[in-house]
Design a protein around this ligand. Structure first.
Ligand code: NAP
Length: 248
């Protein structure tokens, strides 16, 4: 694991938006950020899951979160503008943005990859983070030290047969992260980095590796040190880096 022991109030006063906050790694990140003092905005498509995370955070006595239902597959540029305007009105700031939501698509040779599914994966995994980032940048530029974190994968750093649109979307995510980091390096205090979570016990992992003994995998909660580090002030000088939440 990435080694980092965060102070309890690491993220106090920060407002952080997490996509795909209702399940898996996004759920763990939302709870962990809230436990370290952040006000978290839970964005996702299944409202009941978001409500369950909301309740857990509230019952634990952490800062009151907010739910923002949104289906990243069908959201229009206008929807992203509305989101940014709502954040501005309700919170006046945005200090952190975790692009976490993704879909796996299917594992199949490129020759046979279903074209509609290819578009769908690119929409959720790549185009949605672009649209969300573009809409939120103005607000984030006003934060003292803001952090944008993209979620990659080992197949976003080295191609592997049959991983198709998912792998290509993650390579593109790494490129997007590098370009944005370079553009924001001058004249802003926003840092931009990517995380490869590594094999983690979630529904997506189980779908990709149905034969695997899932009990051997770390829980999403265990990979949080890197997420916390990148969202907190101690990483303010880290920019444009492709990092690993687990030891490779
Ligand atoms: P997961 O358990 O499948 O959770 C993904 C989350 O994204 C869910 O909350 C899901 O919402 C949400 N989501 C999917 N499509 C959406 C859409 N159209 N609009 C809004 N939200 C949407 O996956 P995970 O394993 O936690 O993965 C989190 C991130 O880590 C992903 O970027 C993934 O590529 C990356 N990753 C994971 C692993 C691993 O081993 N788990 C390894 C490498 C990289 P619903 O709950 O409503 O479906």
């Amino acid at each position: 694991m990435f080694e980092y022991t965060p102070p309890p109030a690491l993220l106090a006063e920060r407002v952080i938006l997490i996509t795909g906050a209702g399940d898996g790694i996004g759920r763990a990140a939302a709870k962990s950020f809230a436990a370290h003092g952040a006000t978290v905005i839970l964005l996702g498509r299944t409202i009941s899951k978001l409500e369950a995370v909301y309740d857990e955070i509230e019952q634990a006595g952490h800062p009151q979160p907010a739910i923002y239902p949104m289906n990243l597959e069908i959201a229009s540029p206008n929807d992203y503008e509305n989101l940014a305007n709502t954040l501005e009105t309700e919170f006046k700031r945005l200090d952190g943005l975790l692009h976490n939501a993704s879909i796996l698509g299917t594992l199949t040779p490129l020759e046979h990859y279903e074209i509609d599914l290819w578009y769908q994966v690119m929409q959720v995994n790549l185009n949605a983070p672009f649209l969300l980032t573009q809409a939120c940048l103005g607000l984030m530029k006003r934060a003292k030290d803001a952090s944008i974190v993209f979620t990659s994968s080992s197949v976003g750093r080295k191609g592997r047969a049959y991983w198709g649109a998912y792998s290509v979307s993650k390579f593109a995510t790494e490129g997007f992260m590098q370009i944005l980091a370079d553009e924001l390096e001058v004249n802003t205090t926003i840092r931009v980095n990517s995380i490869n979570p590594g094999a983690t016990r979630t529904a997506m992992r189980a779908a990709a590796y149905p034969g695997e003994d899932y009990k051997t995998l770390p829980q999403p909660e265990e990979i949080m040190p890197l997420y916390l580090y990148l969202m907190g002030p101690e990483s303010s000088e880290v920019n444009g880096q492709a990092l690993n939440a687990q030891q490779m």
